[in-house]
Design a binder for this molecule. Structure first.
Ligand code: PLP
Length: 431
């Protein structure tokens, strides 16, 4: 049998950390990450032939599960026509129309190849549109790894204990101001001090890169008001939440219109994609219509759009999000019940196809700093679940994802493993 350790060691010799993205290296939890070979529906299989119920979902895109027939058929159809032309094509237009019909506050959209690119380009556009230099982001929100945004960023950078990265210039970082999530006062005071130079506030409307943290009542509306009052744009990073929490993203749930929205993940159905969109008066600043340069060789990839288009067909079917929400609610409420019965401090919440868990005694409302006990509990939990065939992200600073392919059996198996875990905790916690 192939040894995972050998493969990982081989990879580490020629790929930094043996991985193509840092969170995959298990730095937070320790141990050797499994190496996966296949996926079908809600399950994935590793090189050892072990099967896992997957709640990582490729960190968000796989909302209809792995290897979905309908998605694959559409991808094959477009593959057979040639993979990319570096020119306009019909599917790009159809997808733009489809997305605009789901997000009524946008008029024009540009496709790019990743969420990072979408956020980076949206910031450039916002700066040009407002003629100002600074942006405000929130501690614990992650918007990809472009220089302006890798300042107190979340996700992999947090797990690795690097709130910002060497290589990002001070000159660049000083234009990124950092506020506290769910804390309007922290935004207001930055705006009062720097409003003459703040082009935009960028936020994950539902944060998914410090675990999952929901916006408190009035937070998004308050941001909208502050942005209008201080003449800056409001940017919603829906790379993770777009088409994941509801068909219309956070707008459908909270009714707050951003000036620019960034999309990715589900939109590409498992292929590299990103997009940013806004009203025409903002998007018309972009080249070739306007002076703000932005381009990409593989932008608007027909294959990524084919996967995305099929995925959007599936998730726009009546009842899709209701059924997904029932599953995530069943899972999260089951986990909470088990934790309560066993006196374990544990928080969990779900929204659409996204959920978050942590071993904290308090509800997390902004970037959490876990105690060593909370950290240890997460690590033990993670390894118990993984050993029992349940794949979760290897960090409490990541959200978890459920797909339409997860069955009630998958959910019950997950709950039963969790129950085993909490019942076997030290005597202090034991049932
Ligand atoms: N924005 C958010 C909210 C994300 O979660 C991510 C990635 O996890 C990004 C942006 C960056 O997207 P990508 O990894 O496609 O560059």
């Amino acid at each position: 049998m192939i040894s995972t350790q050998n493969l990982h060691d081989r990879a580490k010799r020629i790929i930094p950390g043996g991985v193509s993205s840092p969170v995959r290296a298990f730095k937070y939890v320790g141990g050797t990450p499994p190496i996966f070979v296949s996926g079908n529906g809600a399950h994935i299989q590793d090189v050892q032939g072990k099967d896992y119920i997957d709640y990582v979902g490729a960190y968000g895109p796989m909302i209809v599960g792995h290897g979905n027939d309908y998605v694959l058929k559409n991808v094959s159809k477009y593959l057979s026509k040639g993979t990319h032309f570096g020119a306009s094509h019909e599917l790009e237009l159809e997808m733009a129309e489809k997305i605009i019909s789901y997000l009524p506050y946008i008029e024009k959209i540009r496709f790019v190849s990743s969420g990072t690119e979408a956020c980076m380009s949206a910031i450039r556009l916002a700066r040009a549109y407002k003629g100002k230099r600074k942006i405000i982001k929130f501690n614990g929100c992650y918007h990809g790894h472009s220089d302006s945004l890798l300042v107190s960023s979340g996700s992999g950078a947090l797990s690795c204990g690097q709130p910002s990265s060497p290589g990002v210039l001070d000159e660049q970082a000083k234009h990124t101001l950092v506020a506290s999530y769910n804390d309007l006062e922290s935004v207001k005071s930055l705006l009062q001090e720097f409003s003459h130079d703040v082009a935009a506030v960028i936020v994950e409307p539902i944060a998914g890169n410090m675990g999952m943290v929901l916006p408190q009542e009035g937070f998004l509306a308050g941001l909208r008001k502050l942005c209008d009052e201080f003449n800056c744009l409001l940017l919603f990073d829906e790379v993770m939440t777009g088409f994941r929490v509801a068909l219309g993203g956070s707008y459908e749930l909270y009714g707050i219109e951003p000036d620019i929205v960034m999309l990715g993940k589900v939109l590409g159905g498992g292929f590299p994609i990103g997009a940013f969109a806004a009203k025409a008066k903002i998007m018309d600043m972009l080249a070739p219509d306007g002076p703000v340069y932005q381009a990409g060789t593989l932008s608007g990839s027909p294959i990524a759009l084919a996967a995305g288009s099929a995925t959007l067909d599936l998730i726009s079917a009546p009842g899709f999000f209701e059924s997904l929400g029932e599953k995530s609610t069943r899972l999260v409420s089951g986990l909470k019940e088990i934790a309560v019965e066993n006196n374990v401090d544990f928080q969990a919440s779900a929204i659409g196809g996204m959920f978050g868990i942590n071993f904290s005694e308090r509800t997390v409302t902004s970037y959490p700093i876990y105690s060593s006990k909370e950290r240890q509990l997460f690590i033990s939990f993670f390894h118990k679940m993984l050993k029992s065939g349940i794949n979760l992200a290897p960090s409490p600073y990541e959200a978890a994802f459920i797909s339409s392919s997860h069955s009630l059996l998958d959910i019950e198996a997950t709950l039963s493993t969790f129950k085993d875990f909490v019942c076997n905790l030290s005597r202090e916690y034991c049932c």
